[in-house]
Design a protein around this ligand. Structure first.
Ligand SMILES: *[C@@H]1O[C@H](CO)[C@@H](O)[C@H](O)[C@H]1NC(C)=O
Ligand SMILES: *[C@@H]1O[C@H](CO)[C@@H](O)[C@H](O)[C@H]1NC(C)=O
Ligand SMILES: *[C@@H]1O[C@H](CO)[C@@H](O)[C@H](O)[C@H]1NC(C)=O
Ligand SMILES: *[C@@H]1O[C@H](CO)[C@@H](O)[C@H](O)[C@H]1NC(C)=O
Ligand SMILES: *[C@@H]1O[C@H](CO)[C@@H](O)[C@H](O)[C@H]1NC(C)=O
Ligand SMILES: *[C@@H]1O[C@H](CO)[C@@H](O)[C@H](O)[C@H]1NC(C)=O
Ligand SMILES: *[C@@H]1O[C@H](CO)[C@@H](O)[C@H](O)[C@H]1NC(C)=O
Ligand SMILES: *[C@@H]1O[C@H](CO)[C@@H](O)[C@H](O)[C@H]1NC(C)=O
Ligand SMILES: *[C@@H]1O[C@H](CO)[C@@H](O)[C@H](O)[C@H]1NC(C)=O
Length: 455
């Protein structure tokens, strides 16, 4: 297919996925696109690979490796939990680099007692600082997995498992079933294990290639809808050409004084704030500062300056959560001018091109040891950057909110945007009350036509 054409259909189906949601939810005040398919990371998945590296008298030894191929969704502390169901009566004799949370009933064993006898073991990573004799490469990070675009080297996690009472040839081994991945909450769905071509390993001196005795893969995908999370971030907007600051939509992430939508919060001027917000022994629930939006994270986009050939934006991320430091945070922004980003100050930039030929999506993240750590609410709880864009005279305009982002994600979650008709206007620009609905109906119809013609 013509690449230009495929990028257009990609773009249209990307808009339509949201337009459909918008069409149905137009009456509600806040909405997000929460489909399982992530339009900005269409191939995003987490792959779990089992490589059998040795047969034993009653089973096998496998190295299990998890690759977080998602561009910008990471797994932060307290980390991943992996579960599965054995196909037969397998047991785990021992593990390196991870452990099961429960041993289960091993009473049928005399002498050597297995590490775990449960039919459905649950595995967690070991913590950093584990003795070297219990480690393997890529283990022991407390279950933290970085995202692929941010740092592929730390987006991998491995452990080794020695399985007994199992098949001992590639014909008698039964692959485990019903994989579950928690991060640590719900959100991921894992497919069945598929036997694939055995992995080839190249020795460090590159002079010899060895291969696994047998390999199977499991693919897991994330859905914000399954995670059933209330939104965790919102967007506010301002500009040099209009004094109005468009704040986050009220109740974007919850309402104050509402018991149903997590209404507890702490006012910033509470006396003895530090002791009020200190986490209790077992209490790690978020505690946010009282705001009209009640979001733990707010992202402010300020259109700051207009030069002849360039324009400049200031982006500020503010943490309103008293109980969470966000380490290795990232944000993803979609704006048509990213293909002409000229300079970015104090954040890292990586272009994401989910559709060939469309370079409108950027991942922004902190500079290591400088601002990759977004501290808890308070004077240190913010990070900021400025972006300089080169104007493409054929598309550039300050009208109709063009200078504002189309979509923003924080740590992989879609942020609640103000409604388009509230965006700051250019003086004398007329409000657009009917056009947003009209245009989403149009893109919906156009994409339906595309669906019928090309699917
Ligand atoms: C998972 O992601 C990798 C890397 O993007 C990709 O090569 C692979 O095809 C994906 N797997 C599935 C089942 O989508
Ligand atoms: C099992 O091993 C045999 C050779 O030992 C090989 O021909 C066959 O393809 C293997 N099967 C699988 C599923 O790996
Ligand atoms: C695996 O999951 C399916 C669907 O959730 C369920 O029907 C089946 O009983 C499960 N199998 C095992 C062995 O737990
Ligand atoms: C299995 O997963 C590994 C690691 O992600 C990948 O290199 C390999 O291509 C996958 N195999 C298949 C058939 O998807
Ligand atoms: C929440 O309740 C307190 C006390 O009942 C009241 O002072 C405050 O105005 C309420 N806030 C909102 C946003 O309704
Ligand atoms: C956040 O980080 C700071 C500095 O490292 C630390 O003192 C504080 O205890 C952390 N807070 C939480 C809730 O983890
Ligand atoms: C997207 O545009 C930016 C800014 O011009 C450029 O740095 C980046 O390399 C482009 N990415 C791709 C994949 O073309
Ligand atoms: C903006 O970027 C596109 C794609 O990289 C390029 O074709 C175009 O010339 C650029 N425009 C300006 C004004 O630099
Ligand atoms: C600024 O934008 C707001 C909409 O957010 C609009 O109500 C107001 O009239 C605009 N101000 C000027 C001076 O145009």
């Amino acid at each position: 297919m013509d690449p230009h054409f495929s990028s257009i259909t990609g773009f249209i189906s990307r808009i339509s996925a949201c337009s459909i949601v918008i069409l149905f939810l137009l009456s509600s005040s806040t909405f997000t696109c929460t489909d399982a398919y992530d339009a900005l990371d269409p191939n995003g998945n987490l792959t779990i690979k089992w490589d059998v590296i040795q047969w034993t008298p009653d089973g096998y030894v496998a190295v299990v490796t998890m690759y977080n191929f998602q561009q910008y969704r990471h797994i932060q502390a307290p980390g991943w939990t992996l579960g599965w169901t054995w196909a037969k009566k397998e047991v785990i004799w021992s593990m390196m680099g991870a452990q099961t949370t429960e041993q289960g009933d091993c009473s049928r064993f005399k002498g050597n007692v297995p590490h775990c006898c449960k039919k459905d073991p649950t595995v967690v990573d070991l913590l950093p600082g584990t003795p070297y004799n219990q480690q393997i490469a890529n283990c022991c990070k407390g279950g933290v997995l970085n995202s692929w675009a941010q740092d592929p080297a730390t987006a991998v996690s491995s452990f080794q498992v020695s399985v007994g009472a199992a098949g001992t040839t590639n014909k008698t081994v039964r692959v485990p079933k019903n994989f579950t991945l928690k991060a640590p909450g719900p959100g991921y769905t894992c497919g069945p294990a598929k036997i694939v071509r055995p992995t080839k390993f190249i020795t460090p001196d590159k002079r010899r290639v060895t291969q696994a005795l047998m390999t199977w893969n499991v693919t897991c995908t994330y859905s914000q809808f399954l995670a059933q999370k209330t939104p965790s971030c919102c967007v506010s907007l301002s500009s040099f050409y209009n004094d109005t600051i468009v704040s986050c939509p009220t109740c974007a992430c919850g309402c104050q004084n509402s018991t149903s939508r997590g209404g507890t919060c702490v006012s910033a001027d509470t006396p003895h704030l530090a002791s009020v917000v200190a986490p209790g022994k077992s209490d790690n629930t978020p505690l946010v500062q009282c705001t009209s939006h009640m979001c733990p994270i707010r992202i402010h986009w300020h259109v700051k300056l207009n030069y002849k050939e360039y324009w400049r934006v200031k982006v500020t991320l503010t943490n309103f959560n008293y109980r969470l430091n966000y380490s290795q945070w990232n944000m993803v922004v979609q704006h048509p001018n990213f293909d002409n980003l000229t300079q970015i100050f104090s954040f890292n930039y990586k272009s994401l091109t989910p559709y060939d030929g469309l370079n409108d999506t950027a991942m922004l993240y902190g500079v290591k040891f400088y601002n990759d750590f977004l501290s808890t609410a308070g004077p240190l709880g913010n990070v900021q950057s400025e972006l300089l864009f080169r104007k493409d005279q054929s598309t550039f305009t300050f009208e109709k909110g063009w200078a504002f982002p189309r979509r923003i994600y924080f740590n992989g979650d879609n942020c609640v945007m103000p409604p388009p008709d509230a965006y700051p206007w250019l003086p004398n620009d007329s409000p657009r009350t009917t056009i947003p609905l009209f245009s989403s109906v149009m893109t919906f119809l156009v994409s339906l036509v595309f669906l019928f013609v090309y699917v």
